[in-house]
Design a binder for this molecule. Sequence first.
Ligand code: ADP
Length: 193
Amino acid sequence: MRIVLLGPPGAGKGTQATILADELGVPQISTGDIFRANVGAGTELGVLAKKYMDAGDLVPDEVTVAMVEDRLAQADAANGYLLDGFPRTVAQAEALATLLDKAGQPLNRVLEIRVPDEHIVERLAARVTIVDGVETQRDDDKPETVRRRLQVYAEQTAPLVDFYSRAGLLRSIDGVGEVTEVTERALTALRSE
Ligand code: ADP
């Protein structure tokens, strides 16, 4: 199964991606996680990505596409994967399609998780992670950055809903509810014809 997860920041993509990847027996490939790991390790890619991430903007397409291409070439991705946070622009979706066409490995499904804006700002403001035993907020979860990320989603990523709908790949589910409820909806949608 080659699957793309689509949805605004705070839709619960990451949470669902981990559960679904496990359930389906494929690796979860999250571009946000890969960028954050590079930022943490202070790599050249991380230094470059951080500027964009802190502003709530997208890392340039050529950088992101090259990174994903490398990741998809790794052995664990040979039998499928769940992409979380990629593609995020029409140019990225086109680059992915070209790459997969060449390999003769088309996408099977694109799952859109829908959550209204008012839920999102609330969810992200409340989101904390524990780092070294201390509750911390992601730098890009500050209210002004969240607003920018939502704007970027509406402008650059939302067009992918149409893009994949025309390709007949799109399945959309409601992302409001308990995590387990949303997982059930996702599995039903992914298994439907
Ligand atoms: P969220 O889905 O909550 O916005 P992510 O962890 O997916 O968070 O992404 C965090 C940041 O990483 C994005 O705001 C962006 O700067 C960068 N990023 C992640 N994926 C991509 C991508 N496919 N293209 C460009 N930038 C990306």
